[in-house]
Design a protein around this ligand. Structure first.
Ligand SMILES: [Zn+2]
Length: 700
């Protein structure tokens, strides 16, 4: 029997206690003298077996050793060798966890399922929540609310909620030429991270892995006499990480890092901790980030909205009539009127859907078009680029791509017209076509239609076979990398590489961002069609949380026809998406005029929105700080049907702003010298927005 082993720093005390079966891993929050984990750690692996499955339920030959500020647990989990390293840095009030899985056998190890994590006792054997667990809540970080959640569901649970309802696992398109997303019930919830919020503190659990698709999970663990709550470690979700399905002899897998950190405050402060964690791992905002404000022609241009009532009519081939040069000129004039910096071309600019070949026959030469936009309207040109998976589903543009790009099914049959994004043949051709646009002056590419293709077994494609979701994500990254290698200044927005243009964000929000040559912006999960309804339903809250929990910029364009006289749509999406796009002429000229004026204000303040540090007093009070100016902008929103006083406060220390300056206090604003907090209070009409700038001046 091993003696118990302990390690501690200012924040936590970690103890490993050998039990008859398994190891008890305790984490104590030292400031509160309160246990965070207090039960047998979960080490569980499921392996295929001729009789079904074999489950290994604890480490054998377990050993624990402390070296410096790290504690390492090692052992065998079935045929898998596990190293579980927990580091308590002396200088930081935090804990870092890393897992290494190795195959030291001579056969490939296949895992069907894996769960590793700490465990907290939360209820007795009949589901009654233990008294010290009834306090506090567990909230997903950063997405307490996702655009795919039912309106009334927040991933923000009391332990009693977790006892009562199962978790959800995201599911994405599972076959070629299909586009579908949803979720299935599960014994766990998966997120980028979690915060246990109690007594004004947030115990944050945040995971990060660029080698594989991994999530931070929160799972209930029923036992004979009690219920445990599993957190941290690594658990498979929807079969990911897929690399665990075939671990070759001698292979070792390093599966990222999980950081544990307790901060004072609530969900907002927990999100800032997550953002700092991502920043430290290469996901920071570039200091010179300055994306062009887009005008999207799609909302007013007929091409996208055409409907043919004859069900037997062939495919839509209307581009030369509907997507004309004169219409684009009209859109460019509007772009200029609204103070935009680039004309964004949604589907219609190429010879057919997803060909990436400029429609020269009806738009004229591309370089002439780009020059004219710049010289006549002062606009850049930005392009929507639907990649292989959508092109395959649409069908029209398929003949322009080599047949060698078609997917092969598991049985070795070529799937006609199913372009494989991961094929070398597609990547080579797509890069050549995209590079041509960049040569001609295009400075923004949207990678859309890039979702998971269901798998491809074509060994001529030079991608791994079987082709996994992570391989597909890497293929997307490779295309961005090739473009950036030659055109480092071209901005690339990457839709989720598994869910594409849907409300669902499948991969973790940071996934692949910051890697060499990777994309510059995430997608605002399709909240572009009915932006007012997305606000009213609460779906748009996901963008607020994205901005709080990471510095990674979001790009979204929104339909201004959906806006109101207060320009609520314009300001909400301007405040939550660092790269803003707009489009659509409002039917009410008064609203359209208000929007043009609002855009003038936005352009004056744009440095705050594009590059400022984002804070949230709450969902209806946003703060954008420019440290170099010692100044900030506040966006207030009344997101209700009645007139309301919207108020909030934030400390100067939290914003990193000095107290020894003179701040221009806006109407309704005040500074409290004792607490060092700025407070704001405004009576606002229903569904309205307000913008306030707070400048400061030195004494010299
Ligand atoms: Zn393929």
């Amino acid at each position: 029997m091993l003696p118990s082993v302990t390690l501690e720093n200012d924040a936590y005390r970690l103890a490993v206690i050998q039990q008859k079966q398994g190891l008890c891993l305790q984490i104590l929050d030292r400031a509160m003298d309160s246990p965070l984990a207090d039960d047998t750690a979960i080490y569980r692996a499921t392996f295929p077996d001729p009789s079904g499955s074999l489950v290994a339920r604890w480490l054998t030959d377990a050993r624990v050793q402390v070296s410096g500020d790290s504690l390492e647990i090692g052992g065998r989990l079935g045929t898998l060798t596990v190293r579980h390293v927990l580091r308590l840095p002396y200088a930081e009030p935090a804990m870092e966890e890393r897992l290494y899985l190795a195959n030291e056998t001579v056969e490939t190890v296949t895992l069907e399922d894996l769960q590793i994590g700490f465990q907290r006792r939360v209820a007795d054997g009949v589901g009654t929540v233990l008294p010290d667990c009834s306090r506090g809540r567990w909230a997903a970080l950063p997405f307490r609310h996702r655009a795919t959640h039912p309106d009334d569901l927040d991933a923000d649970f009391a332990v009693a909620d977790l006892v009562e309802r199962p978790g959800r696992e995201r599911r994405a398109t599972d076959r070629p030429k299909r586009f579908a997303h949803g979720h299935l019930p599960s014994m766990q919830w998966a997120s980028e991270g979690w915060a246990w919020l109690y007594e004004g503190r947030a115990f944050c659990i945040m995971s990060f892995c660029q080698q594989a698709i991994t999530f931070s999970t929160l799972g209930v663990q029923p036992h004979d006499d009690h219920l445990g709550l599993r957190f941290g470690g690594l658990s498979m979700v929807d079969g990911e990480p897929a690399s665990l399905h075939a671990i070759k002899p001698g292979q070792q897998l390093s599966l990222g890092v999980t950081r544990y950190e307790t901060v004072a405050g609530g969900v907002e402060q927990a999100c800032y901790a997550l953002r700092r964690f991502y920043d430290a791992h290469g996901c920071a905002l570039p200091p010179d980030y300055d994306p062009p404000v887009h005008w999207n022609e799609l909302y007013d241009n007929p091409e996208w909205h055409l409907v043919c009532p004859d069900p037997d009519h062939g495919p839509q081939m209307t581009r030369p009539q509907a997507y004309t040069l004169s219409r684009l000129e009209e859109e460019a004039r509007k772009a200029s009127d609204y103070g935009c910096q680039a004309l964004y071309l949604d589907p219609g600019w190429d010879t057919d859907f997803g060909t990436f070949l400029w429609g020269e026959d009806w738009l004229g030469p591309e370089d002439v078009f780009v020059d004219r936009m710049r010289e006549t309207y002062g606009l850049g040109v930005s392009l929507h680029c639907p990649l292989a998976t959508w092109t395959a589903m649409d069908g029209r543009g398929v003949p322009s791509w080599p047949r060698a790009t078609w997917q092969m099914d598991r049985e070795g049959n070529i799937i006609e017209g199913a372009l494989c994004l991961g094929s070398r043949q597609y990547l080579d051709a797509a890069y050549e076509r995209l590079a041509l646009h960049c040569e001609r002056g295009v400075r923004f590419l949207m990678f859309d239609g890039n979702w998971w293709n269901g798998g491809c077994w074509n060994s001529d494609h030079d991608h791994p076979v079987p082709y996994t979701k992570a391989d597909h994500a890497r293929a997307n990254l490779e295309l961005a990398r090739r473009v950036h290698e030659r055109f480092p200044d071209v901005l690339i927005e990457m839709h989720d590489t598994i869910s594409g243009g849907s409300l669902q964000r499948y991969t973790p929000v940071y996934y692949q961002y910051g890697l060499p040559g990777a994309h510059d912006e995430n997608w605002g999960v399709e909240l572009m069609w009915r932006p007012m309804d997305d606000l009213r339903s609460g779906r748009a809250r996901t963008l607020y949380l994205h901005n709080l929990g990471s510095s990674i910029p979001v790009y979204l364009h929104v339909d201004l026809r959906d806006d109101n006289i207060h320009c609520l749509v314009l300001w909400w999406y301007a405040s939550t998406c660092r790269h803003l796009g707009i489009g659509g002429t409002h039917a009410d000229p008064m609203v359209a005029q208000a929007q043009r004026l609002a855009m003038g204000r936005y352009r004056q303040l744009e440095a705050y929105y594009k590059r400022g540090v984002f804070y949230g007093m709450h969902e209806g009070a946003h703060v954008h700080v420019l440290l170099e100016r010692c100044a900030f902008v506040i966006n207030l929103f009344n997101l209700s049907d009645s007139e309301q006083t919207v108020e909030g406060s934030i400390s100067l220390d939290e914003m990193g702003l000095p107290r020894d300056r003179w701040y221009a206090t806006p109407q309704g604003g005040s500074f409290d010298a004792a607490s060092g907090r700025f407070a704001i209070r405004r009576l606002m009409p229903p569904w309205s927005a307000a913008v306030l700038e707070v400048e400061s001046f030195g004494t010299n």
